[in-house]
Design a protein around this ligand. Structure first.
Ligand SMILES: Nc1nc2c(c(=O)[nH]1)N[C@H]1C(S)=C(S)[C@@H](COP(=O)(O)O)O[C@H]1N2
Ligand SMILES: [Mo]
Length: 496
């Protein structure tokens, strides 16, 4: 309870002022950055997207165990438990100091937590000791006052903890700023979605992914909360002149709007870490042109407020493709968890090397001189998206009626485009599917094909070919270091 009181008090302050001050988040972030890639992959495979919750629960359990030990020690020997709490404070402080967004206020909070925790610990342990002090004294009053104190702190921790989890005042303020934002209309609107691009087959992923359903992947234990009114983006490094723009500056630029499908390098074959949205923003190349990259530069290291970095080839950000400083997603300001107020979107590259959310800096540099967040953690420094295809219906393992079975799904080869989709049953001949028109080469495409199936078990595979004639490879490779390959393969059971 003592540890809980200290933690809840400091998390409450962080919650109200700014979630980025949270010591628990800093500690979790330090753990995420420090664990070897193998352990992280294991945790992600075990907990999936609940990995962050699992980490927080693990941290809480660890703290509870140490706090219990501190209580026992304090009871045996004065200030022995207090020393354990001091160690808590120092560990918390060290974690905070490793964070990119460290501020004076963030440094104070772990010390405050340890201080409050220690005070409560000493009081509780004194009170507990008083309840079984021997002799003739009646232990009743001491007992009552100890349990009052314990009950009071427990109630405080429970109520405070509930408040911390549901009410984040700092985030609420920015949510309000976001809600009242008016984004400019694009000077170059998104080309209309071609008729027939959406095949309207139940079970196939929607052509444009609604924001609440869009996959979310990042290393942020709590979503960074950035106020667009204070946001600045700096262009630094190998440039003729450093440039800084505010959100207001950005909104005054000629915006374009485009559909772009982004995907995660951790997407397994057949996986769903991919989504297609209509992004509104300003081309990155325009901002880079203002700064003037020096001739020896070949990479842009984009950085977020929480220290995450991505390495994007300079060439990709300056060619004619629609690489964006995005502020809008499907007609609304970026949701907080998708990078409010500004993120990068680069057609053709996996998110980890391009799609930096909560963007704060573009450092023009060289692959030889700088490494991005994931590069030393077992992932390739470059990550062009691999041509891929997926069967959405029927589901793997489905039981279906005999006769014509309609297969449908999506395929993508961002910035090249899909040219052909084929299916084969039980490793027979490839049969061409009907490929719907894409919105653009930067988005995924839907496809469908009806196949007559005999009763029994069948294996069905899909293969895509891009518009340059490159075929998706059959070779099965896992997601690390630069994206999975192989055919999406499902089994269906046709009833007799
Ligand atoms: N700041 C920050 N930006 C980030 C990441 C991150 O961890 N931190 N993850 C990247 C990865 S790996 C992917 S796949 C995309 C996912 O974007 P989404 O969560 O909006 O779908 O964001 C990218 N941008
Ligand atoms: Mo990713």
């Amino acid at each position: 309870m003592a540890a809980g009181t200290g933690l809840v008090a400091s998390e409450l302050i962080a919650g109200f002022v700014s979630p980025s001050l949270s010591t628990m988040t800093a500690l979790g972030g330090a753990v995420i950055d420090a664990v070897p890639p193998g352990v992280k992959d294991w945790a992600v495979s075990l907990f999936g997207t609940a990995d962050k919750l699992a980490l927080l629960a693990g941290m809480a359990l660890g703290i509870a165990i140490f706090a219990a030990a501190a209580g026992v020690l304090e009871l045996r020997r004065r200030f022995a438990g207090a020393a354990v709490f001091a160690v808590f404070g120092v560990v918390g402080l060290a974690a905070v100091l490793t964070r990119a967004q460290v501020t004076a206020a963030a440094v104070v909070l772990p010390l405050l937590a340890a201080g409050i925790g220690t005070a409560v610990l000493l009081k509780l342990v004194r009170g507990l000791a008083a309840t079984y002090r021997g002799g003739d004294t009646d232990p009743g009053p001491a007992r009552r006052s100890f349990f009052q104190l314990l009950g009071g702190t427990s109630a405080g921790v429970l109520v405070g903890g509930a408040v911390v989890t549901v009410w984040r005042g700092g985030a609420a303020g920015v949510n309000e700023v976001r809600r009242t934002l008016r984004l400019p209309a694009p000077q170059s609107p998104a080309p209309p979605i071609p008729a027939g691009a959406d095949i309207r087959l139940a079970g196939v992923a929607p052509l444009v992914t609604p924001n609440p359903d869009f996959y979310r992947i990042d290393t942020a234990l709590s979503v960074p909360v950035l106020d667009s009114r204070e946001w600045r983006l700096k262009v630094t490094g190998l440039v003729e002149r450093e440039v800084e723009v505010s959100f207001e500056d950005l909104l005054a630029k000629p915006f374009i709007e485009r559909h772009v499908t982004i995907a995660c390098v951790s997407n397994e074959v057949g996986g769903d870490l991919i989504g297609n949205a209509r992004w509104l923003g300003w081309p990155v190349r325009e901002l880079l042109a203002m700064a003037g990259p020096k001739p020896d530069a070949d990479m842009v290291l984009s950085r977020s407020s929480d220290g995450f970095t991505a390495s994007t080839p300079l060439e990709v950000l300056t060619d004619r493709r629609d690489a964006l400083l995005a502020v809008g997603m499907n007609g609304e300001p970026l949701p907080l968890e998708h990078g409010f107020p500004v993120r990068m979107i680069v057609p053709g590259l996996y998110g980890y090397v391009s799609a930096t959310k909560w963007l704060t800096e573009l450092k023009v540099t060289r692959f030889a001189d700088d490494v991005a967040y994931w590069t030393p953690r077992g992932w390739s420094e470059r990550g062009p998206i691999k041509i891929s295809s997926r069967i959405d219906v029927p589901r793997n393992g489905a039981f279906i009626q005999p006769g014509t079975v309609v297969f449908g799904g999506v395929a993508w080869a961002q910035h090249t485009g899909i040219g052909k989709i084929e299916l084969r049953v039980d490793r027979g001949d490839w049969q061409p599917a009907r490929l719907a028109p894409g919105i653009s080469v930067d988005t995924w495409y839907q496809w469908q094909l009806g196949i007559d199936l005999q009763p029994g078990q069948h294996e069905v595979q899909v293969r895509a070919t891009d518009l340059q004639g490159t075929e998706q490879t059959e070779e099965q490779r896992s997601v690390a270091p630069d994206g999975a390959t192989g055919f999406h393969t499902i089994r269906v059971d046709v009833k007799t």
